[in-house]
Design a binder for this molecule. Structure first.
Ligand code: PMP
Length: 462
């Protein structure tokens, strides 16, 4: 912490643009503007280097589930760092925090999960998924089962395999992605794909059918797995119809294909159950997690390995030639244990399911009446507002207007972190948020919508 208090915002910004290449950033564009320097945080509020208080409706990057300033996590890290800051799990060794966390994860995840493979991040977790599902089919004598099916507009990370599994066309355009044997179907996004007069339930079944069509086109004997986020996060909080995931499950079962739930955002209470697959009603064979496992206080990720896969890898697999230096990092695991203890002791999953989740849904229903909002959708503590030019027809604004970015600009200036994904304004606040804080957040959102509407009228975008 050299000189953090002495330096001005301008100093920080100059040093930042001179040396720090930020993720998913136009480097030159940011250098012109200067980054916002976040210096401290408590509960659901951040403070920047100019002393502004900001309501963080995105939980950092969908990760600070227990909120900022939780002393127990700090203490867990300090204690573990003093006792044993690092040891690996490669050469027939293990550390108590890693073992205890594996045991705890078996307790809080659905019953088919008794085993975990640790990584350092969600992207690495999904790299492990790719290698593990292919290894599973190799061991079973079906090496032709190589193909992994995912969805357009999915986000599964930024490594070569993670970005390939993801369905972000901008990412695929840079660096020759996807890698071989990864293919995509359309997302179950009603605004894009639902037919006039079609019910949501019927749409969900039809959208799941795109998976079966893809499997049949490839040949089921070549398909290893299907992967999806229960609710797509980075894609814009795309909440599928209730019929979608159960039908996906039936299709995977019918063709013997492994089902992978990417729970990096949805895990650890975000949707009102411990895991998104429980909210959406399906039973995955593998589950990727990260973020909420430590509430982002320290990096940790991994893959929960269900009995079907674990049995084959353990009993017939021999050595699995894969692993990371930080697989089962003792400090990260100690922090995760303290974090899960808070989620359990404070019943944060019940808090989302019974209290603040339904309360957010009511608040969003009211915001849905705003003239700019064509649809207001929530699932637990994830929410999205679709900004439209015409409420009745859901006619979108011209893409050149960049309506989401206009609204996000107002959020930024008004002490609210809300993210824009195209024309969807999205939130995922810390699970510790209270009803009064949801009221405060909704009032800020309304003010930013009003300011955006004023821009729309002033510039004649209507
Ligand atoms: N999967 C999902 C669903 C995610 O949202 C993310 C990150 N936003 C990842 C994977 C990648 O995680 P990480 O950034 O920790 O590598």
């Amino acid at each position: 912490m050299t000189g953090t208090t002495q330096r001005t915002t301008q100093d920080w910004q100059a040093a930042d643009s001179a040396h720090f290449l930020h993720p998913f950033t136009d480097f030159q564009g940011l250098a012109r503007k200067g980054a916002r320097i976040i210096t401290e945080a408590d509960n659901i509020y951040l403070r920047d280097s100019d002393g502004h208080r900001i309501l963080d409706a995105m939980s950092g990057l969908w990760c600070v589930n227990v909120g900022y300033g939780q002393r127990a996590l700090v203490d867990a890290a300090a204690t573990q760092m003093q006792q044993l800051p690092f040891y690996n799990a490669f050469f027939q060794t293990a550390t108590p925090p890693a073992i205890a966390l594996a045991e705890k994860l078996a307790e809080v995840t659905p019953p088919q999960f008794q085993h975990v493979f640790f990584s350092g991040s969600g992207s690495e977790g999904n790299d492990t998924v790719v290698r593990m599902v292919r290894r599973y089919w190799d061991v079973l004598g079906q090496p032709a089962r190589q193909v992994i099916i995912s969805r357009h507009n999915a986000y599964h990370g930024s490594t070569m395999a993670g970005a390939s599994l993801g369905g972000m066309s901008g990412m695929h355009a840079q660096g020759g992605l996807p890698i071989p044997n990864i293919t995509h179907i359309d997302q179950p996004y009603w605004v894009e794909h639902k037919l006039p007069g079609e019910t949501m339930d019927a749409f969900g079944i039809r959208a799941a059918g795109w998976l079966e069509a893809k499997i049949l086109a490839i040949g089921a004997d070549k398909v290893a797995a299907f992967i999806g986020e229960p609710v797509q996060g980075a894609g814009g909080v795309i909440i599928p119809p209730a019929t979608y995931w159960p039908e996906i499950q039936r299709i995977c079962d019918r063709h013997g294909i492994l089902l992978v739930s990417d729970e990096v955002i949805c895990g650890f209470g975000r949707t009102g159950h411990w895991f998104g697959c429980e909210t959406m009603g399906f039973r995955p064979d593998l589950m990727t997690f990260a973020k909420g496992v430590t509430s982002g206080y320290i990096p940790l990720g991994g893959v929960m390995v269900g009995d079907r896969v674990a049995k084959v890898l353990i009993e017939q697999g021999g050595e699995f030639e894969h692993g990371y230096t930080y697989s089962g990092h003792p400090v990260a695991c100690a922090v995760a244990l303290a974090n899960i203890k808070i989620i359990q002791d404070q019943n944060l999953v019940g808090h989302v399911h019974d209290d603040v989740g339904p309360y957010l849904a009511e608040a969003f229903a009211l915001l849905g009446e705003h003239p700019l909002v064509g649809a207001a959708e929530t699932c637990g503590l994830m929410g999205a507002l679709l900004l439209v030019q015409d409420k009745a027809t859901l006619k979108p604004f011209d893409a050149a207007v960049g309506i989401g970015m206009v609204c996000r600009g107002h959020c930024f200036a008004n002490g609210l972190i809300m993210r824009a994904v195209g024309n969807r304004m999205i939130i995922a606040p810390p699970l510790v948020i209270t009803r009064a804080q949801i009221d405060e957040m909704a009032a800020l959102i309304r003010r930013c919508l009003d300011l955006t509407l004023a821009d729309v009228r002033r510039h004649g975008w209507l």
